[in-house]
Design a binder for this molecule. Sequence first.
Ligand code: GLU
Length: 451
Amino acid sequence: MIDEKLQPILEQVLQRNPGEPEFHQAVREVLESLGRVIAKNPAYLEQALIERICEPERQIIFRVPWIDDKGHVQINRGFRVQFNSALGPYKGGLRFHPTVNVGIIKFLGFEQTFKNALTGMPIGGGKGGSDFNPRDRSDAEVMRFCQSLMTELHRHIGEETDVPAGDIGVGGREIGYLFGQYKRLTNRYEAGVLTGKALFYGGSRARTEATGYGNTYFIQAMLATRGQSFDGKKVVVSGSGNVAIYSVEKVQAFGGKVVAVSDSSGYVVDQSGINLELLKEVKEFRRGRIAEYLDLKGAGSGAHFVKAGVGSIWDVPCDVGMPSATQNELTGKDAKTLVTNGVIAVGEGANMPSTPEAIRILQEAGVLFAPGKAANAGGVATSALEMQQNASRDSWSFDKTEARLAEIMRTIHDTCASTADEYGAPGDYVLGANIAGFVRVAEAMRALGVI
Ligand code: GLU
């Protein structure tokens, strides 16, 4: 339910941004949490603070022409939505995926603003990307595409202005090509302009692992509030990208057993526990499909593959669910199945992977639920640590960086929990995350005046 004072703000967002359902969903979810804030502190209704937070500071859409290996000209669309810079330079990833459009980038940029605020680091919120599909493209094609995208993007970014990173479809390879072109165009070795760089040219240790590790730390902290831990728990992790792989690694280190992972072609169930090395071989080295895991595991291993559309990965019984693939992948129906199967905690590794109905069902059933803007903040927080290392021309050890990440995740958990308590909804991490993130951004915006 949305407070009646906030309803006109939502109406205006819907009217001004037609045909952008994911953006509407993200805004609605935050506004639903803010009723309790304005009841306590009506000053947040002044200076159109909430309206301003819902309107990106700047939106850039541009043509990205490039030549494929056959010599044909291809045209993609590039985006950068610079959502909010009250707390620091815009910060957020680039997504390369055929489903990318301005509404998707706006929902991601909006979420990123609150997520980044929750980290406590000096970073604003932004997001970008393209409808380019890197799948089945050669290395040379990916390089030419990245160079063309950066030829326009470089005018809008900079280490004090806007610092992109990776997201779906953008990993170390793409960041390298993007950084190379930025350096060439600007004639500046400005390491802090992009994060997610490889270690040998300014990257941070633990950045690759950070989002998955961070979500695992967050869930560990939630479980601890009920005197529980990962030890002996069955876990399902959807996805098999960076976030999923390093969630599997950390869950295993904490004594849990991951029994299923997926990609857009389907999911693999391995009740003996997903073999991390085989998963990395399929996904990091071969860039292959998840069914290849079975080929590597060998016949008679007991593992099996279910094709996408035939079933849902959330049908696999588990104690902990970690949706780490993409938005709206975990539906109301999935949530019901999870509850029937006795799930005790769900932590979002991806951005907005649970539908509003799924969140409601899980929360009403008393399941510990961690929203992505809190639980997956470890990635961007470690990006901020990468910026810190770049600014001081320093490079920290893995242990030091991971210790900082763990501390940040604990703090985010505690902030969400104490904010939920303060606003009369103990255990509601969605409310806690939305309010704590909002208050930090809103206070900074108020201090900076109407800009
Ligand atoms: N794409 C990641 C996210 O959704 C990381 C962004 C970053 O490191 O800037 O938070």
